[in-house]
Design a protein around this ligand. Structure first.
Ligand SMILES: [Zn+2]
Length: 87
């Protein structure tokens, strides 16, 4: 069993909690040669994607915003934005 920890505050994920799952991506600009970091967020929690390289785990919307701000990353929401669900 893999332990999932919030990448912002270090909280350990409980299995009955739905967290926010993101994926870190890099975009290379051919024109300037610069690399931009982006976070793409999934529309829900996927256990398989959660263990992939570059996965970002965040326990709350607050942590999601703080994480993106401190990292200076652009946030891309591909599908509808997440709200927190407790099952
Ligand atoms: Zn957190």
């Amino acid at each position: 069993m893999v332990e999932v920890i919030c990448d912002n505050c270090g909280t350990i994920k409980k299995s009955n909690h739905e967290w926010i799952l993101g994926n870190e991506q890099q975009k290379h600009s051919l024109r300037s040669g610069s690399v931009r970091k982006l976070i793409r967020f999934f529309d829900r929690w996927y256990s398989r994607q959660a263990t992939e390289l570059g996965a970002i785990h965040l326990c709350s919307v607050k942590c999601k915003e703080e994480f993106a701000r401190t990292k200076g990353m652009r946030v891309i929401i591909t599908q509808r934005d997440l709200s927190m669900h407790n099952y």
